[in-house]
Ligand binder design. Sequence first.
Ligand code: C5P
Length: 221
Amino acid sequence: MSVWAILVAAGRGERLGLDRPKAFARLGDEPLLAEPLRRLDRSPWIDGIVLVAPPGWEEPAILLAEEEGCGKVHACVAGGETRSDSVRAGLAEVPADALVVLVHDAARPLVSDEVVERVLAPLSEGWDGVVPGLPVGDTLKRVGSDGAVQETVSRDGLWTIQTPQAFLVDTLRRAQAGVADATDCAGLVEAVGGRVKIVDGDPRLLKVTSETDLETVAGWL
Ligand code: C5P
């Protein structure tokens, strides 16, 4: 079984307020992208990697992969306007004979082999896609634009979803062809009737969106 990873790193990361894209924000002593790239490259579960870089940043991304000795990176392409566009650009570079694809946000640097193994395992049991998640712990309320609470929403059965997300390559290609957009790849697969399973995620798969998140993740390194 050949497993390919698409590492999407083309977000602008405007909320960080930096002069460079989020993938090149400093995490400890390195650009943020180095951490997830190295982790995926060293994973025994992964055979090849497609890196999706911010437009204009393909060369620094390739240089970084070389510096880190990431020999599994087979292609580096520019991302698109939305995350879905970036995944699409990455998927186009995944070879036709690949069986499984793992899509991962570079903004979640601390991807582990354990979670990769957890999302891959159910694919051999007939699931079309597998996503890591965490059950919602906080109380949920619907709030109007005036700040008034409208209702308390039951959190029964609600999960927050992370990456890496795993799919049979053909399933994801078909879902992409059939649906215009979704907030994550699993959403595309669900929209064409695919069965998606949840496995335990990891609080350390926090998505970096703010300076505080960067500090939190740096503290976990
Ligand atoms: O924007 P958001 O935080 O949801 O991004 C999640 C992941 O998707 C990040 O790793 C980001 O780099 C990537 N992304 C992308 N292309 C975009 C937008 C986001 O590759 N146009």
